[in-house]
Design a protein around this ligand. Structure first.
Ligand code: NAP
Length: 242
């Protein structure tokens, strides 16, 4: 087994996940990438390998348990370990009053923002326990700490990630496994477009590369302590975030 650190990124095909993959690969991490859009994952992996890095692209819908498990197993088969799991996927986010959401949209918002985080953690914990080390970083949002109308189901999912991650950290710190939440305010990615958000909400956002930089700070703390929660916002954000 090599000494290089291995990071598995769920939701790596665009936005923050893509930026994190490129940044961490440049810093010497082996990166394992998953999402549903395999063509985008392969492009990112090829870019990393062209620069001399190591990358694995795994097509997986993380809202399905068997595919979450497959992602972690393929990562371990290829790189031998998982030092960091970055649970960063997210979708199901049409900006609308809750009563307008279909039941399918509600189910997707919870599955793609909360349930998959639990599945990813369940799949990776035996690996990290065996290693006697590991760090799980779950992406929440400013909307996982406070709430805004038009995002009720998304907010339910992200608040759930906060509560789940607190309980999990209490359970697994005795195994030298860290759990953190990363809570950005608005980021300049496809997310806002998918949600149907336009200016002024969408202006003054964080860049995905800034969130990737913060992630690297979070996962490179020394071994005896963990930053439990990291909240981020751009100085340019127009809507008061706090
Ligand atoms: N943008 C913002 O303003 C903002 C603010 C706070 C928090 N966040 C959170 O930040 C995270 C990253 O979002 P982003 O802004 O970078 O948006 P993005 O570009 O839309 O990225 C979302 C990623 O999640 C993946 N994904 C979605 N459903 C998935 C599933 N079922 N299985 C596997 N992968 C899945 C997408 O890939 P595929 O579609 O290829 O599967 C994509 O790679 C999300 O958790 C989001 O909720 C975003």
């Amino acid at each position: 087994m090599s000494d290089e650190r291995v990071v598995a990124i769920a939701g790596a095909s665009s936005g923050v996940g893509r930026a994190a993959a490129l940044r961490l690969a440049r810093s010497g991490y082996a990166v394992s990438l998953c999402a549903r859009r395999e063509n985008l994952l392969k492009e990112i992996a090829a870019e990393i390998e062209k620069d001399g890095g190591k990358a694995l692209a795994v097509k997986a819908d993380m809202t399905k348990w068997t595919e979450s498990e497959k992602f972690i197993h393929r990562t371990v088969d290829t790189f031998g370990r998982v030092d960091v799991l970055f649970n960063n996927a997210g979708s199901g986010i049409r900006f609308t009053d809750f009563e307008n959401m279909s039941v399918d949209e509600i189910d997707e918002a919870i599955a793609a923002n909360l349930t998959y985080v639990l599945y990813g953690c369940k799949a990776v914990l035996p690996v990290m326990k065996r290693q006697k080390s590991g760090h799980i970083v779950n992406t929440t949002s400013i909307l996982g700490k406070r709430a805004r109308s038009g995002f009720a189901a998304y907010s339910a999912g992200k608040h759930g990630v906060d509560g789940f991650s607190r309980a999990l950290f209490n359970e697994v710190k005795k195994y030298n496994i860290k759990v953190s939440i990363l809570g950005p305010a608005l980021i300049n990615t496809d997310w806002a477009k998918k949600a149907g958000i336009t200016t002024p909400f969408a202006s003054g956002a964080l860049e995905p590369e800034e969130v990737a930089e913060a992630l690297q700070l979070l996962i490179e703390t020394s071994s005896g302590y963990s930053i439990w929660s990291m909240d981020l916002m751009s100085l340019g954000q127009v809507i008061d975030p706090l």
